[in-house]
Design a protein around this ligand. Structure first.
Ligand code: PMP
Length: 436
């Protein structure tokens, strides 16, 4: 029966799976078995509202019918082609991206994961500038391959051993807890001025690039004030450095705009996409300008991967972009975010635990504090809320050690599912608030 089957699977995981996981409680279940839209279902048949969008890859909804149809077609025609020759789906995806991204970002190549794309982006920046040093804000997450990990500062470095010495952190625009104890806008982006003193101090010759998320998701839903990204771009260009925007979580509609940098009126030198670009399968992209592509190709760079132009993956990419455009995912993200914020704002009037509500579109964060004046982080409370909501059938992510809750409903979520999620959240907040 189901108890025995679940027990046997979890015992097998204990014995055969790698145990270094973000959430070691995974070994006590549940075991997920199916998913559709905004709901994932475990082996026992319990449904969960997935406000973590399958850790962000299912932001267009789990098993979107359009993605399934595209994959099905690839299954019937060609799963894998020659990595050194073009195939129909690969070209289609490059065209879709080239048409969707702002000029002059017309050239794309593909990878299989987020880290993979960032690794390539940093390689392009280093070849183009001839420089080595790369920088990113101290709450960044860019992946766990060598160069991507070297600019990942939002945890997950422990146990990974030594890192390249040519990567450094900048001071992130974490306005709720400004590292420089200033406030916006009177600060005049002092974090960027100090950061670039550090860039200059830590560069040997020509620094290569800054890589940044437009909104720091894994690091705690930290949303830079308007103008920060544009100023960052200026400071990079003054030094001959490139600006790489990692839009893997934040692009393709999630923030209520097509790309995470749209609000800033700028175009980065290189943009990476991943996560919901594949609608649930592993594909990522690196897009850049003709000028940059020309120079790196001229320098002799070739990139061949066994799987990154697989028709299966590229077909999912094409379908995802079609969903974003034709279903107007940016508009859905704005509507979902607005409803979430209405609930959260009302809850903040009832619960002092809520210190800050932030984010854009359907990526919304709540920072919990024990005291609104001292802003002492409520780590234990946040972890308890995350656990109890999960048990009650609502999944979201808990960041910064417990003090930030991140809500990301897939674009398939209905407003009544948002209401239902917030009802669960309110009940659990009540329980945890009275217990502490
Ligand atoms: N960049 C960002 C902004 C991410 O959030 C992530 C994954 N959380 C990555 C890169 C790494 O992607 P992957 O795990 O697919 O390598």
């Amino acid at each position: 029966d189901i108890d025995r089957r679940e027990r046997a699977l979890l015992d097998a995981a204990q014995r055969y799976s790698f145990r270094g996981r973000i959430d070691t409680s995974a070994f006590s279940g549940p075991v997920f078995a199916s998913a559709r839209g905004s709901v994932v279902t475990d082996l026992r048949g319990n449904d969960y509202l997935d406000f973590n969008s399958g850790q962000m890859c299912a932001a267009l909804g789990h098993n979107h019918p359009r993605v399934l149809a595209a994959i099905q077609e690839a299954c019937e025609t060609m799963l894998h082609a020659h990595s050194s020759h073009f195939n129909v789906k690969e070209i289609e995806l490059a065209v879709r991206l080239g048409e969707l991204l702002p000029d002059p970002l017309t050239r794309s190549l593909f990878g299989e994961s987020g880290a993979d794309a960032n690794e390539l982006a940093l390689l392009l920046a280093r070849i183009y500038t001839g420089g080595r040093e790369v920088f990113s804000p101290h709450v960044s997450y860019h992946g766990l391959s060598a160069s991507a990990r070297s600019v990942t500062f939002a945890g997950w470095r422990r146990g990974h051993g030594s890192l390249p010495g040519d990567s450094h952190a900048l001071i992130a625009p974490y306005c709720y807890r400004c590292p420089l104890a200033k406030s916006f806008p009177s600060c005049g982006f002092a974090c960027l001025d100090t950061s670039f003193e550090l860039v200059d101090a830590q560069s040997t010759d020509q620094p290569a690039a800054v890589i940044t998320e437009p909104l720091f998701s894994a690091g705690g839903v930290i949303d830079p004030p308007q103008g920060w990204l544009a100023r960052l771009r200026e400071l990079c260009h003054e030094r001959g450095m490139l600006l790489v925007v990692d839009d893997e979580q934040t692009g393709l509609g999630k923030l209520g705009t097509l790309f995470g940098f749209d609000d800033e009126g700028i175009v980065p030198d290189i943009v990476t996409l991943a996560k919901h670009l594949g609608g649930g399968v592993g594909i990522s992209s690196v897009s850049t300008t003709d000028e940059i592509e020309d120079k790196v190709v001229g320098a002799g760079l070739t990139v061949t991967r066994s799987h990154s132009n697989d028709p299966l993956l590229c077909a999912a990419g094409v379908a995802s972009i079609d969903i974003v455009v034709e279903e107007d995912v940016p508009a859905k993200a704005r509507a979902l975010g607005e409803r979430l914020r209405e609930h959260l704002t009302a809850l903040s009037e009832r619960f002092d635990l809520i210190g800050d509500i932030r984010g854009r579109g359907m990526l919304v964060g709540v920072e919990l504090v024990r005291d609104r004046d001292t802003k002492e982080p409520a780590f234990a409370e946040g972890n308890a809320i995350g656990r109890q909501c999960f048990e009650a059938g609502l999944i979201f992510s808990v960041r910064r050690g417990g003090s930030v809750l991140r809500f990301v409903p897939p674009s398939t979520t209905t407003l009544s599912q948002v209401d239902q999620a917030m009802e669960t959240f309110a009940k659990v907040l009540e329980e945890v608030s009275t217990a502490s």
